[in-house]
Write a new protein. Structure first.
Length: 155
């Protein structure tokens, strides 16, 4: 069975919650999320990952994006912000940062209008979000079958 990544697109007005990453000298953003654990649903993984990475309270909405890769898959759900101030929860990422590794992981609200000039992985999901925020989200899940080697890495 392929590994599954579950991520949340947390919106608050005209802002989206992203994870600011600095890893091995590279700086970029991602959507909060992570691996679905054994005996865990994709939906519960999204909520768990958002809580672990941001400490925010959110309500899970509908799945809006699905990426099917040759070796894994990614599910992206709209989430409604309910409350809290984004900060890194008690997690493996926090432990690595405290040990002084060249790794920084921090939740941050970002204006949707700024996404076009930001390195947000996967860039394909970033582009869909920009389009859907401006034009309205479809009732259907947007699906893409991609090779990980063909994912865009630069702006």
């Amino acid at each position: 069975m392929k590994p599954i990544r579950a991520a949340g697109i947390v919106l608050k007005g005209d802002k989206v919650l992203l994870m600011h990453r600095v890893k091995n000298g590279d700086e970029y953003f991602t959507f909060p999320g992570g691996s679905v654990e054994e005996n865990e649903t994709i939906e519960s993984a999204v909520l768990r990952e958002i809580l672990e990475e941001t400490t925010l309270k959110v309500e899970l909405g509908k799945e809006v994006y699905f990426h099917n890769y040759e070796t894994s898959e990614g599910h992206y759900f709209l989430c409604e912000y309910l409350g809290g101030k984004p900060k890194l929860g008690e997690s493996i990422e926090k432990e690595r940062m405290e040990k002084g590794k060249d790794d920084s992981y921090k939740p941050k609200w970002v204006g949707i209008n700024k996404l076009k000039i930001m390195l947000v992985y996967p860039l394909e999901i970033r582009d869909w979000l920009i389009d859907d925020f401006e034009n309205g989200f479809s009732m259907e899940v947007r699906v893409a079958k991609l090779k990980t080697s063909e994912l865009r890495q630069t702006l």
